[in-house]
Design a protein around this ligand. Structure first.
Ligand code: AMP
Length: 120
């Protein structure tokens, strides 16, 4: 699937749409989800153009992938989630329920999150 540079996270990265930033460096942006599904719900995205987790781990250089996941951990820790734990989610493609076609990790926490998937 080709990268669609009109997707909402691309617009956020270009500064065309505001975001509530948690962390930013040259390669990564982390910001609060606009419709949080947990007391803490932050999205972490690479600044590179990757449609999904599948694209990211296949096409991004290993050092970029490594630094991305290191940042995810640092952001979670900075949000105070490390001690009690949290959930990382990367919805991927149609069956994964991915809505925005720019790879992103959800960091969700702040309470016991229950079942990983709905029953049935
Ligand atoms: P996914 O279903 O994994 O693609 O998740 C997309 C997420 O992006 C959802 O949790 C949305 O609430 C979130 N989202 C959509 N638009 C924005 C926005 N402008 N700012 C922050 N989060 C957004």
């Amino acid at each position: 699937m080709a990268y669609d540079s009109d997707n909402i996270f691309a617009k956020i990265l270009r500064g065309e749409i505001p975001n509530n930033t948690v962390f930013e460096d040259d390669e990564v942006l982390a910001f609060h989800d606009i419709a949080p599904q947990a007391p803490v719900h932050v999205l972490v995205i690479p600044k590179g153009e990757y449609v999904s987790a599948d694209d990211f781990v296949r096409d991004a250089p290993a050092d970029v992938v490594g630094r991305f996941f290191a940042r995810v951990g640092e952001v979670a820790r900075s949000l105070g989630l490390a001690d009690d734990g949290y959930r990382l989610i990367a919805n991927t493609g149609a069956h994964g329920g991915q809505e925005v076609p720019h790879f992103h990790m959800h960091i969700c926490g702040g309470q016991q999150l229950g079942r990983m998937l709905p029953k049935g």
